[in-house]
Design a protein. Structure first.
Length: 253
């Protein structure tokens, strides 16, 4: 948030939208329920309200296919619905809204049903937890894998490693924009740390984390990340440096 604030972006968290009114000046007034703010004035307001799947005409109740509380179709880790021979992929199943992810998931499903994955379902399971995500708003925020909170809930005790730095081309700027990289690890039965989450905010972090996401989906170890030698002066190098220092300060989650 500090990075965004330095770019002149005001952030108001834990706010509940109350109403939007049009002022005589033709500006818009956004009213919120918040302990510090009552509202904001702006020329344009963009709302990201999400969307519901278009499944009302499928008559799923006739097939006794169960839905989640948010209206999406309930599926297991192998994309099967509550009816074991009916499968659902994509947005309707509350999966990542990504054409690339859905396309690959469909290929793996076909392999599990009709191809070489019939006798090894786990090897041909699509790992939705390692689909990279990014948001672009002046700077870039990206993640892949589990957040710290999710990792603690699933694995118990986890370790986090954080690196804060300045982009190479930003060094000579009057107000250089920093970036933050975070790596989350869990321990396996042998005590080795497995990377289960990567998060970053700053320029190019989406490209970097997308690349490392491939290794994460294959069980990337912290020691492998430490021993890798990326191109000098890049964000990828700093991500490797992140695992050399443990940090308990407030950071991305």
């Amino acid at each position: 948030m500090k990075v965004l604030a330095r770019q002149g972006i005001n952030i108001c968290t834990d706010a509940v939208l109350s109403k939007i009114s049009k002022l005589p000046s033709k500006l818009l007034k956004l009213f919120v329920l918040h302990k510090k703010f009552t509202g904001f004035t702006a020329e344009k307001i963009v709302l990201a309200g999400g969307r519901e799947p278009c499944i009302s005409d499928l008559c799923l109740d006739n097939a006794d296919i169960k839905l989640k509380e948010n209206g999406h179709i309930l599926v297991d880790e192998y994309d099967a619905t509550s009816i074991s021979n009916i499968f659902v992929l994509g947005d309707a199943a509350d999966r990542p809204m990504s054409y690339s992810a859905t396309k690959l998931a469909a290929q793996l499903l076909a392999d599990r049903l009709f191809g070489k994955g019939r006798n090894d379902k786990d090897a041909y399971r699509f790992k939705y937890e390692f689909v990279p995500h990014a948001a672009h708003f002046g700077t870039t925020m990206a993640r892949c894998g589990y957040t710290e909170r999710q990792a603690k809930r699933k694995f118990g005790e986890v370790a986090k490693y954080v690196y804060k730095g300045i982009e190479f081309e930003e060094v000579l700027m009057r107000r250089p924009l920093p970036y933050i990289l975070k790596v989350i690890c869990r321990k396996d039965a042998d005590g080795k740390e497995i990377v289960v989450g990567m998060h970053g905010i700053g320029k190019k972090v989406d490209e970097v984390i997308s690349g490392y996401g491939i290794a994460m989906s294959k069980g990337l170890l912290k020691e492998e990340l430490q021993s890798f030698t990326p191109i000098s002066g890049t964000t990828a190098e700093d991500l490797c440096n992140a695992v050399h220092t443990q940090c308990t300060s407030h950071c991305l989650a």
